[in-house]
Ligand binder design. Structure first.
Ligand code: 5RP
Length: 262
């Protein structure tokens, strides 16, 4: 069924389809956003229709919510279900410790809230997103429109003190207008090239008053399902390693929010 797809779309499709095996009836499932996540939502819709899979989905964007309803998934909100068994989502980059850059599609705030409220987060990605160090993909930072130029100046000043290779923060545009998130916010895309200390950068960015959230997901993801252009799929687990492969460096998941209790 993936014969007509380009290698990159095939990689996304097979990873997304494989990740749906983690979903069982009775679960509360966070549904990510983006083109890879759309394959996952469609496959879950097939399972609802063909197998009677019965679960509740919590979408991370208006777009995902619309698609989920269209394919027959029962949709709820995080406020209603409060905690989730699993979230499945795409990513723009992941490293060996399963730290992520997300938000290329503009939904990282809801995605981070939903993933953090989940027992586990499974990322689905094509192999090109596997990086040694995060940062080649511009880091999205969601900011309040009020005083955004001041926020940008503060972000660029902060970057001068961080372990990164760039300090340019560009306002994301859609045509002539700033891109606006589902929450009505703007985005800065930070061209950092290499992020030496993602945890520190994430914590520091979120100290700036106009910053709502940044696209670094630190210690949240525990499993990555990687798709390849030839249709091969690899399931990598942070604690258990990957069948036939060395375990990624970085040890067990250590959620960044654990820091607040230390
Ligand atoms: C949206 C995201 C996406 O998961 C990320 O941008 C990957 O997108 P795609 O699957 O289309 O490559 O974080 O906010």
């Amino acid at each position: 069924m993936t014969d007509d797809l380009s290698p990159i779309e095939r990689a996304k499709c097979v990873a997304a389809r494989r990740s749906c095996d983690f979903v069982e009836s009775g679960m509360r499932v966070g549904l990510g956003s983006g083109s890879t996540a759309e394959w996952m939502v469609r496959r879950l819709g097939e399972r609802v229709r063909d197998e009677g899979l019965d679960f509740v989905g919590v979408p991370t964007s208006n777009r995902t919510a619309k698609l989920a309803r269209e394919v027959g998934i029962r949709v709820s909100t995080l406020d209603e279900v409060k905690w989730l068994d699993i979230t499945i989502d795409g990513a723009d980059e992941f490293d060996g410790a399963f730290n992520l850059i997300k938000g290329g599609g503009g939904a990282a705030l809801h995605e981070k809230i939903v993933a953090t409220a989940s027992d586990r987060m499974v990322v689905i990605a094509d192999a090109a997103k596997d990086v040694k160090a995060l940062g080649a993909f511009p880091l999205p930072v969601e900011i309040i429109p009020f005083g955004w130029e001041t926020t940008r100046a503060l972000v660029e000043e902060l970057l001068g003190d961080m372990d990164v290779l760039g300090r340019e923060a560009e306002l994301r545009m859609r045509g002539e207008e700033p891109f606006v998130s589902d929450e009505g916010n703007y985005f800065l895309d930070l061209r950092l090239h290499r992020i030496g200390n993602p945890r520190q950068l994430s914590l520091m960015l979120n100290q700036i008053p106009g910053v709502v959230e940044n696209g670094l997901f630190i210690g949240i993801c525990d499993t990555v399902v990687v798709g390849f252009g030839n249709g091969k799929v690899e399931v990598r687990k942070l604690d258990a390693g990957t069948a036939g492969e060395a375990a990624p460096e970085g040890g067990a998941v250590r959620n960044i929010f654990a820091d607040s209790g230390e």
